[in-house]
Design a protein around this ligand. Structure first.
Ligand code: ADP
Ligand code: MG
Length: 378
């Protein structure tokens, strides 16, 4: 599923009203009855059915035959549109540029505001693992509403934004968070390469210690990154490291804190040994080196991302992780081959019951050039 910025150009005020009605209806209905959408949208001259068909044709909603009634479901495409529209209204985003990354759980684009400041748009796409797994999916979905993928993506974006904000305010080397809506966040574009792509550094020992110090400093502020690896560490030309990607961050009071802390440390040790043939006897140990001095975890909870939301998201992430392990892959491990993408598309063709996913998975990937979203702010 890619962001189809092209469709954004051709939205009328009425289209937007109907799409918004579909989103509102989906808070209480997995499949939103067409009649309810009509009722919420309150178009002056009627015609919401025609607009719904048109929105479905553009993959912003998907038509679903429900047992009792016919209705629609908001797709990721529609959800993307609504988030972009909100960013536009708030003057945080004006144009969408190229896609720079496809993670297993997110899509990353360059965007710009009206002053042409370039930024990064990160769109959370949770549920890609279950997406790919047709066989196990049937049973798996019985216990879960598919609409919750969108909700979970929103929680992941809220979480990432909340953590980034608190870290940034406390002087940690992370991108400046700019805005958040639904499953999307906008943040500062860091002019740097992921450590993964760096084959040589002037002083590996120095970089190694600065990364280990960062893990320890985070812990002393009450936090563990949880995915501290070569994909999530960007290195600037001057050698400085910038940390990204926070949806799996946890408090040092978490029952599995020690496990995640050690895993973060181990990731760096293994990488430095393999890539730079650098090994050190010195590395942080959970019991010796983590002395809590500040409570950023508490600050995050106070910022609006609640403990309950954190638990909900964590439960979902654990389920996805378990499912991925059953399938022999790691849901939360980054990779830089593009193969997952094509698998996802092929397999989605085999589905016939999950209309929403069909609409997403089989969609042609549009080339996205520079595109003005000026009409969104009208
Ligand atoms: P995922 O959750 O899919 O792993 P990440 O947040 O790690 O998503 O982003 C994926 C990739 O996108 C990163 O490895 C990095 O190359 C690029 N990226 C993400 N955020 C930024 C940013 N703020 N500035 C520059 N590049 C970024
Ligand atoms: Mg990442």
């Amino acid at each position: 599923m890619k962001l189809d910025a092209k469709v954004l150009r051709y939205m009328s005020a009425e289209d937007f009203r109907v799409l918004t009605a579909a989103e509102m209806g989906s808070k209480n209905h997995e499949v939103v009855p067409s009649t309810l959408i009509t009722q919420i949208a309150q178009l002056r001259h009627g015609g919401s059915h025609k607009i719904l068909s048109e929105l479905a044709r553009r993959n912003l909603v998907a038509k679903v035959q429900h047992i009792k009634y016919d209705g629609y479901r908001l797709t990721y495409g529609g959800y993307d549109y609504l988030a972009l529209k909100t960013f536009c209204h708030r003057n945080s985003v004006y144009s969408v540029g190229n896609q720079i990354g496809v993670g297993k759980e997110s899509d990353i684009y360059i965007v710009a505001n009206e002053e042409e400041r370039q930024m990064v748009l990160k769109i959370q796409r949770l549920g890609r693992v279950s997406f790919r797994t047709i066989k196990s999916k049937r049973d798996y979905l019985k216990n879960r509403k598919s609409a919750s993928w969108m909700y979970m993506s929103k929680l992941a974006a809220m979480k990432e934004y909340a953590f980034m904000k608190v870290l940034h305010e406390n002087g940690f080397p992370v991108p400046e968070p700019i805005d958040q809506s639904r499953h999307c966040i906008v943040m500062e574009l860091i002019d740097a390469f992921p450590l993964r792509q760096i084959t040589e550094v002037a002083n590996p020992g120095k970089l190694y210690s600065s990364l280990m110090n960062l893990i320890v400093k985070l812990a002393s502020y009450g936090l563990i990154h949880g995915d501290f690896n070569e994909f999530n560490i960007l290195i600037r030309d001057n050698g400085e490291a910038v940390l990204i990607d926070f949806p799996q961050m946890i408090s040092i009071d978490h029952p599995n804190a020690e496990y995640y802390f050690n895993r973060d440390v181990e990731c760096i040790r293994v990488f430095f040994k393999r890539r730079f043939q650098y090994e050190s006897l010195l590395y942080p140990k959970f019991k010796l080196d983590t002395e809590r001095q500040f409570d950023l975890d508490v600050q995050v909870a106070a910022s609006g991302f609640t403990k309950k939301q954190q638990q909900e998201l964590e439960k979902f992430q654990e389920e996805e992780q378990k499912l991925a392990e059953e399938l022999g892959e790691d849901a939360y491990k980054d990779s830089d081959d593009g193969e997952e993408e094509s698998d996802e598309e092929e397999e989605s063709e085999e589905e016939s019951e999950d209309e929403e996913e069909d609409a997403q998975g089989s969609e042609e990937m549009p080339a996205i050039g520079k595109l003005s979203l000026a009409n969104l702010s009208q």
